[in-house]
Design a protein around this ligand. Sequence first.
Ligand SMILES: O=C(O)CCC(=O)C(=O)O
Length: 339
Amino acid sequence: MMFRVFINILWFNIGAKKPCGIVTVNSRNTNKKHRQQQYHACFGQEAFHINSTNQNTGHNQPFVVSHAHEDPHVLRERFAQWGYLYIKQYVPLAACENLLGSLLSAATPHIGRRGSLAPHLQAEPFFETDPAWDEIYPKIQALESFHSFFHQQHLLELMEIVSGREVFVYPMKMARISTPGKIGYETPPHQDAHSHHAGPTMAGFWVALHDVTAAMGRVKVLPKSHERGVRPVFRTQGVGGVQCEIYPDETCWHVSDFEAGDVLIFHSCTVHKAEPNTTADTVRISVDTRFCDHGAPVFSTNLEPHHGWRIPGLDWAAIYRNWNDSKLQYYWRDYPNLF
Ligand SMILES: O=C(O)CCC(=O)C(=O)O
């Protein structure tokens, strides 16, 4: 019988500067004994965890930093080279603060904020799909300011520089709330080409709304992973519930502490994931959406509100009910390439 098992081996060097390595073994046609021999050949008797996909995997190098004022050709070449662009403080702090304030109002009483510090947890930890999240998320999705945030001229201009063309903003807008106390439930490594059924001109656009340190659950990318196509996936726990394959030589991730307004743009095939939030009570809040070249195919699931498929009543009519401006309502309906 043909079946495929992917086993991630985590090799911890706790306390040492030596990087941890992750090796993914495609064990097709191998039996358990043979796999154990493979592990021991590679790692001796080092401790390993099987399929602990969201734990400490690989080692980190800082993001390659880009600046929006650089020559567009340089930015495009860098994007093609690494599979991502990390642009410092591109979104003005005031815009981040405004949106964060609105998201926090929606998240009351679960999450609060002291002055300009990062948000903090005031109730039980939760992750995407938990009851607290399902209570908060429709309120966030209903915010006009949340959706219009991604349609600011400033953001469109950046994406047009990166793609070299007119761009289309996906209707689906996402807010991420990473609380402490949910280690193992953070976003696993995945490719948006799979999750959004998207082609090569689609790119993720992720914005830090406040400063994010290493312990708060940063988002990281596997550099150059976009060059290796769409990968096999398997089920795992955590946001989205799906993880893609990581190849044995892929041990180095790119990540840095974020400042509010930092933007991470990643290719649809770039593998990315979130680190666990290991703080005592700090919550990481960020927002993201997807862009593509205007006219590129956009799959129908991206026309729904994020989690509209599982939260009763979370549909566009409910989201738009109290908006002041109808300009951004159903703006995609005449998009020329929906499928
Ligand atoms: O912010 C996160 O935790 C996950 C972000 C992500 O995976 C994405 O934007 O596709």
